[in-house]
Every structure is written in C-alpha cells, then in structure tokens.
Design a protein around this ligand. Structure first.
Ligand SMILES: C[S@@+](CC[C@H](N)C(=O)[O-])C[C@H]1O[C@@H](n2cnc3c(N)ncnc32)[C@H](O)[C@@H]1O
Length: 280
C-alpha cells in the first residue's frame, strides 16, 4: 500500500467490499467471478470483513454483497446489450468490473473516487499489468464538492445516455449530501440514462436491530448516516422512473437471501434494497 497517501476510514471500506467479492469468487456456487478482488482487498480487507461479520453473527456470511454484485452486473450488461456505451461508476472503490465484465467494443467507464484510493488501485493495476475490457478513465474527486467539472473535462459526453452506478455509497452520506449528489448526477444524465444503486430503509436504519451495527460503523469512522423508506419517491423526485427490489425479492435473491444474518427489514418498509432507474 502507498503509505504516502493514507486512505481515510471511508475509503478503507472499499477494501472490505473487495474482500467480500474475493470470498465469493472462491465459492463453487459463486454468483460472479472476480479474480482480482483478493489483490484489491490487500491484507486489510479480510481483516475489516472479519471484524464486522464477527460483530453481527460470528461464522455467518452476510449474502448482501454477493447478491448486489450479481444484480448490478446483470443490470450493467443489460444496459450494454441495449446499446449504452458510456458508464460512470460513482465511488467505484476497488470494483473490478472494468476488468472483468465482457463489455462491447467502444464502451468507456469513468471511475470516480477519492484520489488516494484510486492511486492505490492504479499502482496495483500497473504492477500486475491488468488488461481492461473497455476504455477506463479513473478520476480522483471529492464527491461532496464539484466533481462534475472533472468528469466533463475528461471526455464524458452529457448528451449520451449513460449508465450511472452508485454502489455502496448513499448510506454514508447525510440526506442533504445525497440530494446534492443526485441533483448533480441528474444534471449530467441525458434522457434514457440509467441509474443503479443500493440503499437502505430509514426505519431499518433507526431500528434497535441495527443499533450495534451503526455504533460499530461510527466507531470505525464510517457511519451510516441516511436511508429512505420511500426510494420510489426519492428518485422520482429527481426525474427518474424507478424500480426497487428488496433483497430476497424475485430477481434479487439468487438463492442466497433466505436465512440472511443481518436484519432483513422492518415490516411495512423496504429493508435493504436495490434501485434500477431510468431518466425520463
Ligand atoms: C463501501 S465503499 C464502496 C466501493 C464500491 N462501490 C463497492 O461497492 O465495492 C465506499 C466508497 O465511497 C468512496 N467515497 C466516499 N465518500 C467519497 C467522497 N466524498 N468522494 C469520493 N469518494 C468517496 C470511498 O472512497 C469508497 O471507495
């Protein structure tokens, strides 16, 4: 790891999710293949994963990451098959989709995250000479300020329908920060662009079942700060037609959700869910 640019606590969560993908890759019944994940996770990813899973229910794997990865892979490939050639991965972390999905020729993927995180990722990619399956444009930005100028200056075409991926980010933002980000993103999304995301219900977040998880996340410097019980309304409000799948719904289960270790939800609300939206 490049210690001249230490990762902030929130950026470190990208090593954790990479580690969960690495573990999924090792399963015989894996939902996706991600041979780079263990390299991107480094030594620290497995440590964080163990720390958090042990805290929830020792020895029981949380299936959410595997389900969401596969769900979003399927959605991204569907967009590619429908002719979308421009994708923006917002808070990309150590996501290796640019290297592992079978993109059509001419696909460009813009990868945005903190500069230090992307610099670490680039070191790994260069060291291993990892071939990409698309044109990949890493952009070190702060998503809480003006990231749009960097994106527009890097070749991104706001007139083209774009596939936007916001995975593993929204709950780390205050509602007001989330809204600013969604407004900025929507301003660059041509009609028929798509937005893919995961999020959590506010009632679930506030429920006693989540209290110790939230406390632990906060202690480690990366608290979950917001959720929404009305994702349809939230995304529609920004100009998107929305489909929401709760984990465990048909199409968002993949045979993994029954017996999930982490509080699956509070009756009458969406617990944790996946969003697929299209710009009006
Ligand atoms: C849980 S990780 C998710 C990474 C990846 N999308 C995944 O699902 O594996 C959260 C990511 O959000 C990024 N992030 C959070 N706040 C950010 C900000 N203000 N600017 C840029 N990146 C940010 C972190 O650096 C980290 O890579």
């Amino acid at each position: 790891m490049d210690m001249s640019q230490p990762l902030d606590p929130l950026a470190r969560t990208a090593l954790w999710t990479a580690s969960m993908r690495a573990r999924e890759h090792e399963r015989e019944d894996r939902l996706f293949s991600d041979p780079l994940a263990h390299v991107f996770a480094g030594d620290e990813g497995p440590r964080i994963m163990e720390q958090f899973e042990g805290h929830v229910q020792p020895g029981v794997e949380d299936p959410a990451l595997a389900v969401r990865t596969r769900f979003l892979d399927d959605q991204l490939l569907r967009l590619d098959a429908s002719g979308v050639r421009q994708f923006v991965f917002v808070a990309v972390g150590m996501d290796s989709r640019a290297f592992r999905l079978e993109w059509s020729p001419a696909v460009v993927v813009y990868e945005m995250d903190r500069p230090a995180l992307l610099s670490l990722k680039e070191d790994i990619v260069r060291r291993l000479s990892v071939p990409t399956r698309c044109a990949r444009v890493p952009l070190g930005v702060d998503l809480l300020t003006d990231w749009t100028t960097a994106l527009l200056g890097s070749g991104f075409d706001p007139a083209q329908p774009t596939g936007w991926l916001v995975e593993g980010l929204l709950y780390f933002l205050e509602a007001q920060e989330r809204d600013v980000l969604l407004r900025q993103l929507t301003s660059l999304a041509a009609p028929h662009s798509s937005l893919l995301a995961d999020y959590v219900g506010q009632s679930v977040l506030d429920s006693p079942a989540m209290a110790s998880w939230r406390a632990r996340m906060a202690e480690q410097g990366h608290p979950w700060k917001s959720g929404s019980d009305r994702p349809e309304q939230l995304f529609e409000g920004f100009g998107w037609d929305v489909q929401v799948s709760a984990y465990g719904d048909p199409g968002a289960d993949y045979g993994r959700w029954a017996g999930a270790a982490v509080a699956p939800g509070v009756p009458g609300t969406r617990g944790r869910y996946l969003v697929a939206a299209e710009r009006r």
